[in-house]
Design a protein around this ligand. Structure first.
Ligand SMILES: Nc1ncnc2c1ncn2[C@@H]1O[C@H](COP(=O)(O)OP(=O)(O)O)[C@@H](O)[C@H]1O
Ligand SMILES: [Mg+2]
Length: 474
């Protein structure tokens, strides 16, 4: 990177602009810290010297494919480069070993077909256009050649394209390390097939993304000594539990709630469900339907995806029973009880939902009521039962809903893992971490208007990915 050039009259600079983030212009006057600039949008602005960045007059108009080649690696320079490439349909750009992906918001199938995978096979990073296949290929080759496990970290704000990028990385790794399944499905097929199940229970509509994963996912592909995929494990982190009982407009709760409400009538009757608008956990937001998504079809799709990953029919019933019970739980309201600072279900409607939740959980209704309206404190000498006021009872109701839902999610992940199969003797592995983080909407939106993802190849093994995750949680 070149040292910052001195700004003088006639210099070309970038200055912040409320409409387009950064606008370029020419310096007209320099008065100490105050700089007067004639911008290319024909406005003249006065800015402080510290908020003005030099513009590289020789930067190619079509951008550079590796931003380490830029004369100035500052924010307007980087964004300008990504923008020029994006306008030419080049959504991928390197910064050294890091791949930056800008979300194209439209299908680009020619970028990801088999021909492309063949093209990137064995080619060094940087020799061909930037691409997730190049990152995946590089990690695969380093693993084979150096015998060291690898990890790839995919991060960015919601809707930036992390999950899509992760799928591309996985597809390439399956292409390199896959083998024709001798019996039944191959490991990599099973990993890809588990996506719809995880998405039904762990994805939701957010402001930015109709199908946003609300959990971090680390997929570990295990390889044998010949570089063939021999097992895999999916580890999930930080499921957004608060969404189960709190949804802000125009977002949605987890998909599974809506698709269960749209299931065939006999299923809806069995779980005493109905219109999602009648459930407190769903009606805090006005959004129920997603463009182009038919929840009743999604129910069927999810059921068959569950068949595919080896979740039995009885287990599927049990899963949906818990999902329905959580919805009923949310509809239990509390009022003051007879004793001071105590509470009880508000009315017949609340009692109906409490009894239904207990039936579905297969537990005793009175025990469930007690667990919501009372707190048991165990001391060294005795056990004290304390009544809770209505607000506290509503909080314990929500706490129960959250913990049950997140345990259900963990159970599903474990089930998928045992169906995929682990290789205890694997020689090495490649981990791909898809995790949300660093959501800083105000700044990100006004700076770019184009969400992007960082794909980072780490050759120092898995520890680093885990460390990164911990940093993100903090
Ligand atoms: N490379 C891509 N090609 C086509 N569409 C994409 C691509 N990346 C993202 N998208 C679109 O953006 C949406 C959000 O991407 P997703 O990967 O789910 O975001 P994230 O996981 O970062 O929240 C996807 O559903 C898809 O429509
Ligand atoms: Mg995602």
């Amino acid at each position: 990177m070149a040292p910052p050039a001195k700004i003088a009259v006639g210099s070309l600079v970038w200055v912040e602009d409320p409409d387009v983030s950064w606008i370029d212009g020419e310096v007209l006057e320099v008065n100490g810290e105050e700089i007067k600039i004639s911008c290319t949008n024909e406005k003249t602005v006065v800015a402080n010297a510290s908020s003005v960045y030099p513009k590289d007059a020789e930067a190619p108009s079509c951008g550079v494919d590796d931003m380490t080649k830029l004369a100035y690696l500052h924010e307007p320079g980087v964004l300008q480069n990504l923008c020029s490439r994006y306008e030419m349909n080049e959504i991928y750009t390197y910064t050294g070993g890091i791949l930056i992906a800008v979300n194209p918001f439209r299908r680009l199938p020619h970028l990801y077909d088999n021909h492309m995978m063949e093209k990137y096979k064995g080619i060094a990073l940087g020799e061909l256009s930037p691409h997730p296949f190049a990152v995946a290929d590089s990690s695969y080759r380093q693993m084979i050649n150096e015998g060291i496990s690898q990890s790839i970290l995919v991060s960015g704000e919601s809707g930036a394209g992390k999950t899509e990028s992760t799928k591309m990385l996985m597809r390439y790794l399956a292409f390199m390390g896959g083998r024709a399944a001798t019996e039944g499905r191959s490991v990599e097929q099973k990993v890809l097939e588990s996506n719809p199940v995880l998405e039904a229970f762990g994805n939701a509509k957010t402001v930015r993304n109709n199908n946003s994963s609300r959990f971090g996912k680390f997929v570990e592909l295990q390889f044998d000594s010949r570089g063939r995929i021999s097992g895999a494990a999916i580890r999930t982190y930080l499921l957004e539990r608060s969404r189960v009982c709190q949804v802000s407009d125009p977002e949605r709760n987890y998909h599974c709630f809506y698709l269960l409400c749209a299931a065939p009538p006999e299923v809806v009757d069995r779980y005493k469900l109905g219109n999602p608008r009648t459930f407190h956990y769903l009606n805090q937001s006005n959004c129920y339907d997603l463009d182009g998504v038919d929840d009743s079809k999604e129910y069927m799709v999810t059921r068959s995806a569950m068949d595919v990953v080896g979740i039995s029919n009885d287990e599927q019933e049990a899963i949906f029973r818990v999902v329905a019970a959580v919805l009923h739980l949310g509809n239990i309201e509390f009022v003051k009880g007879k004793e001071t600072d105590s509470s009880e279900p508000k009315d017949d409607k609340s009692w109906f939902h409490l009894r239904t939740a207990a039936e579905l959980f297969m537990c005793d209704a009175t025990a469930l009521e007690d667990s919501l309206c009372k707190r048991v404190i165990v001391t060294r000498d005795e056990t004290i039962t304390k009544s809770l006021d209505p607000d506290s009872a509503a909080l314990s109701r929500d706490a129960l809903a959250k913990i049950v839902y997140s345990l259900l999610f963990d159970w599903i992940v474990n089930k998928i893992n045992s169906s995929i199969g682990q290789d205890a003797d694997s020689k090495f592995l490649i981990g791909v971490l898809d995790i949300y983080g660093f959501e800083s909407f105000k700044i990100n939106r006004c700076l770019t208007g184009m969400p992007f993802v960082f794909i980072i190849l780490e050759s120092r093994g898995l520890v680093l990915a885990v460390n990164c995750m911990v940093t993100m949680c903090v």
